[in-house]
Design a protein around this ligand. Structure first.
Ligand code: TRP
Length: 338
């Protein structure tokens, strides 16, 4: 097999299940904004992934618009990047099916996210949740994406995407799909829960105090950071001494990511400080950085028809890349086309 060269292209996605959190912003969107100037970028609100668990239809529609508004307000420019929602490009579901036939059940059984999500309830979750990584591989490979910026928790799914691509290429004797690289970097790829620093900040946790929503107002931001769980110790002068202090480390990482600095620089500045000094500084910083985004998000969300138009235009551009790749895939597999 001769290995073709693939144009560098970024693909990534966020599920519209619930609103947008600081974890989505720092762990994903903020880095996507940086990448959009560097190479062709495709950013997707992955609504077909969201429905692998129950979603109220009206909330799903609103959530899709909220994520899109958050991306645009944060600097994803729909004239520079392709921005759309997954279900408008049917090729995702179609290539997902092909990949269901390439993937092995044993591969899916190894996915730690499925095990975590399904827990002891594995017999009762949807078949879609089980097959989710195969759809994610389709999202990525439909664009022949070479770079996928994701959080640490998605690394295994991107590795699986490589396994699917190489099995497909091998089975059909053609190096058609690229072996995609996960791009995992930046200080806050993993923003943790404010009440329990060992858990990821999630949109679905029970208490709103454990997460920062991108639409939180200034008073709420201040209250949440003030009440964030910490420990009685002051801040050390180096990161190594934060080992075993998950909540403290998380707040340092959040500060660094918001301020575009390294965690090392932040800990040096605040060495010896107590929480009574650090938390108000973090709260002020978060208001300064997030208030302009939430104001713009609210403005955009006041005109849902405009968001819908933007997503439809993005879907049109996405189809121009995706449909020929799907057609060629069908052809390689031997599915007869008229
Ligand atoms: N599974 C990802 C998550 O839960 C979302 C996602 C779906 C995705 N398809 C993708 C991310 C393709 C990157 C590339 O966060």
């Amino acid at each position: 097999m001769t290995a073709p060269t693939f144009t560098p292209r970024v693909f990534s996605g966020i599920k519209p299940s619930g609103g947008l959190t600081l974890g989505n912003y720092l762990g994903a969107i903020k880095r996507w904004v940086d990448m959009q100037g560097q190479m062709e970028s495709v950013y997707c609100v992955v609504d077909l992934h969201a429905i692998t668990v129950w979603q109220d239809p009206a909330e799903l529609r609103d959530g899709t618009r909220e994520i899109a508004a958050g991306m645009i307000a944060s600097g994803i420019d729909p004239s520079k990047s392709i921005l759309f929602n997954q279900s408008q490009v049917s090729a995702h579901a179609e290539l997902g099916w092909i990949f269901n036939c390439v993937s092995r059940v044993g591969w899916m059984n190894r996915m730690t996210q499925f095990k975590d999500k399904a827990g002891s309830n594995a017999e009762k979750v949807s078949l879609g949740l089980y097959a989710y990584p195969s759809l994610m591989a389709a999202d990525i490979l439909l664009y022949h994406a070479t770079h996928v910026p994701v959080g640490e928790d998605q690394k295994q799914h991107v590795e699986l995407t490589r396994d699917i691509a190489s099995k497909f290429n091998h089975d059909f004797g053609e190096a058609f799909f690229p072996l995609t690289e996960p791009v995992i970097d930046g200080p806050a790829t993993r923003v943790m829960n404010l009440r329990d620093g060992t858990k990821k900040m999630s949109k679905s946790g029970e208490s709103d105090m454990e997460r920062i929503n991108m639409l939180d107002d200034a008073d709420t931001l201040v209250k949440k950071f003030k009440k964030a769980k910490t420990d009685p110790e002051p801040l050390p002068d180096n990161l190594d001494d934060l080992a075993g202090r998950a909540e403290a480390r998380n707040l340092i990482d959040i500060y660094a990511a918001l301020d575009d600095r390294t965690p090392e620089a932040v800990i040096t500045e605040y060495a010896g400080a107590g929480w009574g000094k650090f938390k108000p500084a973090l709260a002020d910083l978060s208001v300064a950085k997030l208030a302009p985004i939430s104001t713009e998000m609210k403005r955009l969300m006041n005109d849902p028809a405009e968001i819908d138009r933007t997503l439809a235009q993005g879907a049109q551009k996405a189809r121009e890349i995706a449909n020929p790749v799907l057609e060629r895939t069908y052809d390689i597999v031997g599915l007869l086309r008229g």
